[in-house]
Design a protein around this ligand. Sequence first.
Ligand SMILES: O=C(O)CCC(=O)C(=O)O
Length: 309
Amino acid sequence: MKRGALDSFFKPTVPKKPKYETSEEKDEHPSYPFAIPHLSKSFMTQLNSAPAAEGKTMNSELDLDMVYYAPYIPSSVSNGMFEFLRQELFFQRVRYSIKRDGVSTEINTPRFTTVFGVDETSKFNTDGVLVDAKTTRKLEAGRYKCTPRPIPQCLGYLKALTEATTGETFNFCLVNYYADGQDSISYHSDDERFLGEKPAIASFTLGAKRDFLMKHKPIAPDLKGEVVPEPKQIKLALGSGDMVLMRGQTQAKWLHSVPKRAGDEAKKGRINITFRKAMVKGGTENYYQYNVGTGGVFKWSAREGKMVS
Ligand SMILES: O=C(O)CCC(=O)C(=O)O
């Protein structure tokens, strides 16, 4: 064995220093596998100038109602936020089975996911205990099949800024981590009934640039049997710090996806954060089932440069 190789073999593995500062304060909760630090004062001050660019309204296509901020998060802090969230949050790689034409199929979610929040019928009190939203009484055991988690300060801060900008309110935060260009999300719409009619969803990108594709759902011929032309597909190349607000009929009438990609950006990770508002208990159960599941927890290892379980 060469000298250098021997040295590195015996050298203790010192974890790499994070590329961002955190506050001394941390959020701890029985539902968290480990504590999550608060954002540093410097990050909060920089975030306070969001939106970094004016939102562009996109509503000239049929049934489309969106606002696109490029970027929303100031560029001075977007990479730090990406590094912070990738390092400090816990993720899952969810597997579940669905029935297609009566045949059970295993689905491996092609990205890492995590989720925080609870629907409008419940809330966390100041001690982090889940209570009924109306009576403020502690929830009876078994109200939820899952274990809801409070939104940590680092995401709650961004949620509050987003609410102030958009005039919407949110009670859920879903986070996706796309490790590379092979991770993706296929065409879907967030049109579940538990989000209510015309849901508003704010969706953030941090890290790698990825294409966000949108297409109108198939349009049935009108009452006279005439074919209504479908609007053309939309492609937004979302960069770090960008935010799209989807609202109105967008979820009811359009589908969106983040397809696999190749090239240099495909070698980098990307975080997507969505803020949403679930109205009923079924929303909480759905979000925890598909974003937490029953498998092990993953955490970013700066030394290995990947999520490790
Ligand atoms: O990663 C994105 O930009 C989209 C995420 C998304 O569509 C979803 O979580 O429902």
